[in-house]
Design a protein around this ligand. Structure first.
Ligand SMILES: [Zn+2]
Length: 461
C-alpha cells in the first residue's frame, strides 16, 4: 500500500499520519470490507484495487487498520477482512479463526448479530474440516436466535443440507428470505437451494446423497461423516462404487489370456449350459449382471439346486439401464449388493469344472465376457465352448427358418420347449440345454431319414 486510502497521499501505511487522527477507523474498516469495484464510486479505491492481483489484498488494509481498535472490535474486523463475506474460510486461515473466536466469544463489545456472523463462519469452517460434532453444537446455538445475519443463515443452510437434514436447511433459507427479502436471498442461496432439492430427490429415489470428497484421508473422513449421521439418527451407507474401486484386482493382460476354444462336434451329452445377462451388447464395454448355468448329465437336465448356478453380479463401471431392466427384469436394486465378476467367477468355474460350456451365441458374445471375468479373477478358463446357435443353423431348412433371425426364443418355441422366464440367465441356460438336446435328437433321426430315403430308393430299383 503506497498511498493513503483516505486522501491518496503517498504514505508507507494505508493511512497517512494526518488522516489517521481524523478518520473513523472502524467505519473505514467496514467500507473496505464491503468494497466492491462494481458498486464503488470512489475512483481512488478503484485505482488502487485495479493494480492488485486479488481483492483479498485490498481487504488486507482493513486487517492492518483493525490493529488500532480495542478487542473484540479488533478481532471482529480482522476476521471479516481475513475471511471476507465468503462463507468458505480458506483452509490455512481456519486454525487462526478458531483461536480468535475462542478468545472473543465471551467478551462484551460485539452485537449479537456480529457475534453470530462470526459463529456462522466458524460453523462453515468446522464443517469443511470434517469436525461434525463441533459444527453441530454451534448450529444448535445459532438455531436458538430469532434473527441471524444472512451469512449465518447461509452457513446453517449449507451445513444442514450437507448433513442430509433438508427440512432444516429449507427452514434456514426461509427465515433469511423473510428477514432480508427473497430478492436478496434467492441470489445468495441459489446454489444451496438447488443442491438441497437434488439431494432430497436422490433420497426419495434411494440414491446416494451428499458425501464428503476429501483429497486426503478419504476413508477416514467418510467414516467420520457416516458415524456422525448415524449419531443423529440418519441412516447412510458408503456407496458401493467408493469402496469397490480400491479393491479391483490386477487383471491378466488381454494378450496373455487364451482365446476360448470352440468345438463343433456333438459327441457329448454331459455339459454345463450357461447364459449371461449383461448391461448391453458390447463385450468390450458392457458388464455382466447375472450368471445362470445348469449341469446336464448324460443328456438329462437336472434342475435340483446342486446342479444349477444363479448369481447376480454387480456391474463394474456400468449401471443397469432402464432398457435392460425392461428386457431382463433385473433392476439396479438386484445388483447393488451383489458381488463383482471377479468374486463370482471363481465360484462359477468351480461349478463348471472341466465340462464343455454350452451357450447360445456364446462364441461371439458370452464367452468374451467370461474371458474378462477370468482375467480379473486370475483364472484361466480352458473349457471348450459349444454354440447352439451355430448348431441350429444346420437345421434351418428342416425347421422352416429360411432367413429368420435364429433367436433362442423363436427356436425354443419352434421346438415346443417352454421358457417360463426368457431373458433371465438361468431360465435361458436351461432352455439352451434343452434346445441342444432336442436338436441332437433330430440330428440323429435326420441321419435315420437319410438312410430310409436310400433304402426306399433302393426299393424302387
Ligand atoms: Zn490521508
Amino acid at each position: 500500500m503506497a498511498v493513503c486510502l483516505n486522501c491518496g497521499k503517498e504514505t508507507d501505511y494505508c493511512l497517512c499520519d494526518e488522516c489517521r487522527s481524523t478518520v473513523n477507523i472502524e467505519d473505514l474498516c467496514r467500507r473496505i470490507v464491503d468494497y466492491r469495484p462494481s458498486n464503488c464510486e470512489n475512483p481512488l479505491w478503484n485505482q488502487i484495487a485495479s493494480e492488485m492481483a486479488y481483492m483479498s489484498d485490498f481487504r488486507n488494509a482493513a486487517f492492518a487498520l483493525a490493529d488500532e481498535l480495542p478487542p473484540p472490535r479488533r478481532e471482529y474486523w480482522k476476521i471479516l477482512a481475513f475471511c471476507g463475506e465468503n462463507a468458505n474460510v480458506q483452509k490455512y486461515n481456519r486454525p487462526w479463526l478458531y483461536e480468535t473466536y475462542e478468545r472473543i466469544k465471551d467478551l462484551d463489545g460485539l452485537t449479537r448479530l456480529e457475534l453470530n456472523r462470526i459463529k456462522g463462519m466458524v460453523l462453515g469452517a468446522l464443517f469443511m474440516d470434517y469436525r461434525y460434532e463441533d459444527a453441530d453444537l454451534l448450529a444448535g446455538e445459532l438455531l436458538e436466535e430469532d434473527e441471524l445475519p444472512a451469512q449465518a443463515y447461509y452457513n446453517l443452510a449449507d451445513f444442514y443440507s450437507k448433513t442430509r437434514r433438508y427440512d432444516e436447511a429449507d427452514d434456514a433459507m426461509d427465515a433469511a428470505a423473510r428477514l432480508y427479502g427473497a430478492e436478496h436471498t434467492d441470489h445468495l442461496f441459489g446454489k444451496i437451494a438447488e443442491s438441497n432439492r437434488k439431494y432430497r430427490e436422490k433420497e426419495a429415489q434411494g440414491k446416494q446423497q451428499y458425501m464428503p470428497n476429501p483429497k486426503e484421508n478419504k476413508d477416514e473422513v467418510r467414516k467420520a461423516y457416516i458415524d456422525y449421521l448415524d449419531s443423529i439418527g440418519i441412516e447412510a451407507e458408503i456407496t458401493v462404487s467408493s469402496t469397490s474401486r480400491s479393491s479391483i484386482p490386477k487383471a491378466i493382460p488381454r494378450d496373455q489370456y487364451p482365446e476360448p476354444k470352440e468345438i463343433r462336434d456333438v459327441n457329448f451329452d454331459s455339459f454345463v449350459a450357461y447364459d449371461l445377462e449383461t448391461t448391453g451388447f458390447s463385450p468390450k464395454t458392457d458388464a455382466i449382471i447375472e450368471i445362470g448355468a445348469v449341469k446336464v448329465c448324460g443328456g438329462k437336465v437336472i434342475e435340483s439346486h446342486e446342479f444349477v448356478f444363479q448369481e447376480f453380479v454387480r456391474p463394474y463401471k456400468k449401471s443397469v439401464r432402464e432398457e435392460i431392466t425392461q428386457l431382463t427384469g433385473i433392476t439396479k436394486d438386484d445388483v447393488k449388493d451383489a458381488r463383482q465378476m471377479w468374486e463370482v467367477f471363481p465360484d462359477f468355474m468351480k461349478f463348471v469344472g472341466d465340462n464343455v460350456l454350452v451357450g447360445y451365441n456364446n462364441v461371439k458374445f458370452d464367452s468374451r465376457f467370461l474371458v474378462r471375468a477370468g482375467r480379473y479373477s486370475n483364472i484361466i478358463m480352458q473349457n471348450p465352448q459349444f454354440d447352439v446357435m451355430k448348431y441350429a443353423d444346420r437345421f434351418r431348412t428342416k425347421l422352416g427358418f429360411a432367413n429368420e433371425n435364429l433367436s433362442l426364443e423363436t427356436l425354443s418355441k419352434k421346438l415346443g420347449i417352454e421358457n417360463p422366464e426368457a431373458h433371465r440367465a438361468l431360465a435361458d441356460a436351461i432352455t439352451t440345454a434343452r434346445v441342444y438336446l432336442r436338436l441332437k435328437e433330430m440330428d440323429v433321426s435326420e441321419n435315420m431319414v437319410v438312410v430310409d430315403d436310400i433304402l426306399s430308393d433302393l426299393d424302387n430299383w
